[in-house]
Design a protein around this ligand. Sequence first.
Ligand code: ATP
Ligand code: MG
Length: 434
Amino acid sequence: MAEKITAVKGMNDIAPPVSAQWEWLEERLRVLMQRYGYRNLRTPVVEHTALFIRGLGEVTDIVEKEMYSFEDRLNGEQLTLRPENTAGVVRAVAEANLLYDGGKRLYYMGPMFRHERPQRGRYRQFHQFGAEALGFGGPDVDAELIVMACDLWQELGLEGIELQINSLGQPAERQAHRQALVAYLERHADRLDEDARRRLHSNPLRILDTKNPSMQDLVEAAPRLMDHLGESSLAHFDRLRALLDAHGVAYRINPRLVRGMDYYNLSVFEFVTTQLGAQGTVCAGGRYDGLFAQLGARPAPAVGWALGMERILELLREQDRLPLEEVPDAYTVVPDASALPRVMPVLRALRRQGVRVLMHAGGPDGMGSMKSQFRKADASGARYALIFGEDELSRGQVAIKPLRGERTPAGTPAGQRLVALSDVGDWGGQLRQS
Ligand code: ATP
Ligand code: MG
């Protein structure tokens, strides 16, 4: 036998019944976006590598070691499978000049690619859903986005998700803080781990983000960016806080919250849970007013977040909030394949009424025994078996048999009943309403 070909490590198939959970979550997200006036944008999965190098910054985890980059064999272009979608959204918006008549509220969803060590909640192909508000500079949209995410947790029935916020100020303020920070860290160079020493002069802010327990005291006492913020940055932050308070949205100010990407300024935030092990951030975002200019486009303020679909689904599973598996309303039992020309159009009419009908499929030798058909009807989870036997069909009827212990209004077990083929549509319509 030929050698089996498997999926690429860290990249997963999403098959039924789990795929139905994805569709369910995607639908909830779409409905939420419509309520807030966010509209769908779809960008390519492949972009020029330069977009991410310029957009995310050279010394970020993603650009340093996580990108799937390759050379186009035909024209030598340097391309990359998108590791995130914010840079792509900004590119697309600038390229089509979508901000010509004012700000835009957009959302996206789809696969992202990062070469990381696969583990629970961390994959090489994973899926993000993101919302971005472009062309708006005020803290009102920051608040809108955060509240929108809170609505989502509430609607999904998720609990125990903590909101952390911080302000990264403006580049000049970060510069002043950076000098103070580097000076402080240099004074304690003996306590820095290898990673921190490497970042000391390239991206010292990221050192504050370290997970190394032996460096916690050190970063705890480090100079705080918040103490270097000017009046207008502080005002933006205070106004955001006031709006969150007005919604009754609880948050914790985490002065060490910095985001992985270079492009953030002012508001940054993360939604974190302790229920997913080490991969506890389910949604993260912030303001990125400098990104348009960084990508060579006309400057425009912007803010957004992205959530990890796998992590949200995992949390839904953890908190037992996933919907029950979808089952068909009816499963057909057809003893003789010669009846199919009469039966199949009836099934089609039922489906047009919105009834979910699963047709028993025969094989090359016919439909199989009644016993095996009933076994399959039962296993399908259907509420009813529709029995198209020779006797029933000769009288222009179908027998409808309850499979899930249905009761009559009087409380006795409901039995099988006969319905004229011409009335089956009505039966289906009633079923949909019940
Ligand atoms: P982390 O610190 O966990 O690596 P990140 O800062 O790299 O996260 P972002 O780039 O902000 O994450 O992406 C937004 C969200 O996408 C994350 O909060 C997380 O829920 C999800 N996410 C990021 N990377 C992965 C991955 N490799 N697999 C699954 N989900 C991911
Ligand atoms: Mg990461």
